[in-house]
Design a protein around this ligand. Structure first.
Ligand SMILES: [Zn+2]
Ligand SMILES: [Zn+2]
Length: 90
């Protein structure tokens, strides 16, 4: 039997969140990610990381630059369509 059109598109891999997704169910809310990087603030001497002092908020040393989340595994603070490796680079 000749089936030119697949009933279900194969899952694709998102290059932003590294998750697999169904292209036919890809919406603006599908992909959660951080638009900025997780940063570790260096101490002034550049040899060690900034150490928290009393009164410093916990995100003063390590955090996502976009939203201030301190946990590297924190869920993304922004959502958008998943982007597969097949999509054109912007
Ligand atoms: Zn964020
Ligand atoms: Zn994604």
């Amino acid at each position: 039997m000749d089936s030119g059109v697949a009933a279900r598109a194969p899952e694709k891999l998102c290059r932003r969140c590294k998750g697999s997704f169904d292209p036919s169910a890809n919406t603006r809310l599908s992909c959660r990610f951080h638009p900025s990087f997780f940063v570790c603030r260096r101490h002034d001497d550049q040899k060690r990381y900034y150490e928290l002092r009393d009164g410093d908020p916990p995100y003063a040393a390590k955090f996502y630059d976009c939203c201030g989340a301190e946990d590297p595994d924190a869920p993304g603070c922004a959502t958008d369509f998943h982007r597969s490796y097949d999509d054109a680079q912007e």
